[in-house]
Design a protein around this ligand. Structure first.
Ligand code: NAD
Length: 260
């Protein structure tokens, strides 16, 4: 395992991606942040992580719907750090709607951000990882990469798709020390989930309280949201030599959701 490891985490200005980036920095890894948000807040996060953990933290605001910007992000990370050892494809959006009313542009955007962007980043990172004999590709899928829920046609399609792509990348990297795994979280209380509470209440004709209690936490036997830090800890473990034989896996971190 090279040291220190250099990581790119897409969609890391918020929620799970930020949690993974922070956990990486805490473990001595250099990190390239990516995502949207207020420029001053992003800079404060970047500088804060860098200072607190004495690692290099950079930011590139590439839009994951734009292949040329994704290529520029990967190339900037390679130039700044010398190499990219760890790639976390995490950027994602959600839209909750019946399929007959699902806006076409939303469907396309979800597929582009949640699935196709991971193709472009992986394509850019794979050759170097194989050549150096070490790489960790971590795709943040979802429990919705394994099972479906109504009103999430685009999201469920994208997440099942990324689980499939993970398996292919794992097979291609297997003899070169490159692992690829999908992390499949249940509900984590991030802005992405908070935004879908009112939409789900509307689609199902129930209260927002019922959405949290019955739709989100109902299927999670632990009856609590998964913590961002728990996902960060799993991502950190996947980067270690101890995780070298874990590849092509869809790792549930969902409080037992898909177990029943
Ligand atoms: P979030 O909204 O907190 O964060 C999403 C991140 O993606 C942000 O940094 C945002 O700026 C970035 N992003 C969005 N569109 C982008 C674009 N076009 N280009 C670049 N960056 C973009 O959401 P989250 O809950 O932390 O979600 C992160 C990932 O985890 C997603 O892939 C999501 O599907 C997955 N996930 C979330 C949950 C959950 O319950 N929160 C569960 C399972 C999987």
């Amino acid at each position: 395992m090279p040291a220190p490891l250099n990581a790119v985490v897409t969609g890391s200005t918020s929620g799970i991606g930020l949690g993974i980036a922070a956990a990486f920095a805490e473990n001595g890894m250099n990190v390239m942040l990516n995502g949207f948000g207020d420029a001053d807040e992003i800079e404060a996060t970047r500088a804060g992580l860098e200072k607190k953990h004495d690692v290099a933290v950079r930011y590139n605001g590439a839009d994951m719907t734009k292949p040329e910007e994704i290529r520029a992000l990967m190339s900037e990370a390679e130039t700044a750090f010398g190499q990219v050892d760890v790639l976390v494809n995490n950027a994602g959006i959600q839209h909750v709607s019946k399929i007959e009313e699902f806006p076409e542009e939303k469907f396309d955007a979800i597929i582009a951000i949640n699935l196709v962007s991971a193709f472009h980043t992986t394509k850019a990172a794979m050759a170097g990882m194989k050549q150096r004999g070490f790489g960790r590709i971590i795709n943040v899928a979802s429990a919705h990469g394994l099972v479906a829920s109504p009103f999430k046609s685009a999201y469920v399609a994208a997440k099942h798709g990324i689980v499939g792509m993970t398996k292919t990348v794992a097979l291609e990297g297997a003899e070169f020390g490159v692992t690829a795994n999908a992390i499949c979280p249940g509900y984590v209380k991030t802005p992405l989930v908070e935004k879908q509470i009112p939409d789900t209440a509307r689609e199902r004709g129930i209260s927002e309280e019922d959405v949290i209690k019955n739709v989100m936490l109902g299927p999670q036997p632990t009856k609590r949201f998964v913590e961002v830090a728990e996902v960060g800890a799993l991502a950190c473990f996947l980067c270690t030599d101890g995780a070298a034989s874990i590849t092509g896996a869809a790792l549930q971190i969902d409080g037992g959701w898909v177990a029943h």
